[in-house]
Design a protein around this ligand. Sequence first.
Ligand SMILES: CCCCCCCCCCCCCCC(=O)SCCNC(=O)CCNC(=O)[C@H](O)C(C)(C)COP(=O)(O)OP(=O)(O)OC[C@H]1O[C@@H](n2cnc3c(N)ncnc32)[C@H](O)[C@@H]1OP(=O)(O)O
Ligand SMILES: CCCCCCCC/C=C\CCCCCCCC(=O)OC[C@@H](O)COP(=O)(O)O
Length: 329
Amino acid sequence: MLLGIPCAIHPDPGLSSSASSCWGNMMDVVLLHGLLLLLPLAALLLYRYNATFHYFCKVAFFNCWIIAMATLLSPFAALRGRSVENMKLLRAAILPLKHFYGIKMQVWGLEHLNTEELYVIVSNHQAALDLMGMVEIIPDRCVPIAKKEILYMGTVGWASWLSGIIFVDRYKREDAINVISQTARTMQREKFRVWIFPEGTRNQDKSMLPFKRGAFHLAVQAQVPIFPVVFSPYWDFFSSKEKKFTSGTCTIQILPKVETQGLSSTDVPRLTDTVRQAMADAFAEMSVSCCEDQSAEHPQHPHCAGVGAGAGRGTGSPQCEENTTGTSN
Ligand SMILES: CCCCCCCCCCCCCCC(=O)SCCNC(=O)CCNC(=O)[C@H](O)C(C)(C)COP(=O)(O)OP(=O)(O)OC[C@H]1O[C@@H](n2cnc3c(N)ncnc32)[C@H](O)[C@@H]1OP(=O)(O)O
Ligand SMILES: CCCCCCCC/C=C\CCCCCCCC(=O)OC[C@@H](O)COP(=O)(O)O
């Protein structure tokens, strides 16, 4: 019996028309099952041997995870209403992701953030993967400033809004400045910290982009210190241009705080340059380590050409060993 039709196993030379359609049905089913078996096999082989397919699968998984977690968590976050406390839910949801990707997180200088005071964190922004590094170190009561487009990403937007993430419209400068000025007032009143990516967009180049000034105006207006945070270059394990996504190590370096007490808006350009320079130096140092670590694998990696000239140190300098306060795998 096949699909409700009585059916002979072997075709007979004197087949009736119903028996031949029955044989056809059986062949269809065999082909369908073959295809169903072959497709996952082909996908597995592609995943194993085709770097581009591998990259897109991993990026798709990342996005699906974020969407699924946001969908799952939004109702719970909604019970509390819009609150920075909901950031703990997002943090817990994103923390396991590094294990799926085999990304090891190494944190230097975490002790700098262990203070009761309010502050502004500024960090470089290479990719959406930064979320995995953020959740490693984000302190309690800290919200990122994000582009407004994220607010419209369905449940991801709801989860972000419910967690108190602050949105700026990068195409409306005045509005964005107003949001930041208002944040300077509310962060003092409601006691929360703010995380900003002063490059204002993702950047995987050898050097950081010029910094936008919002983060520095914010710190000066709120009279709180700035903690610069530097994510090491991802280029040994991730590149959206080269469609590369392998396992690897990300080092997060938290630099000592930069005070803003007594500074005014006229000091902002100098403050911005000072912080950017400190971060660029740390990034250059980390680039040297990164290139040294992978030199055997990719002796002529494009990002490594010229990196390190005068950058300051190689791997294992006393500075980085002293600052190493935690490694989470
Ligand atoms: C379970 C999973 C759930 C889902 C989880 C999803 C979580 C998502 C989290 C996402 C986090 C990551 C998001 C990352 C991003 O979205 S990055 C993009 C957004 N961030 C930014 O844009 C950075 C902040 N932007 C700025 O600081 C800019 O300055 C801005 C205010 C937007 C203005 O931009 P622009 O005009 O292009 O640049 P300038 O900085 O050069 O400023 C121009 C002049 O304006 C003066 N200025 C700037 N800000 C202020 C201010 N606050 N007060 C007064 N004046 C200000 C600045 O000084 C310039 O004038 P001068 O040249 O100095 O005269
Ligand atoms: C009803 C609409 C449904 C839409 C569904 C959208 C699905 C979105 C899928 C996955 C969401 C992952 C979002 C993670 C956000 C990570 C933060 C990030 O990296 O944002 C980039 C931003 O900093 C800078 O943007 P640009 O580099 O200027 O660009």
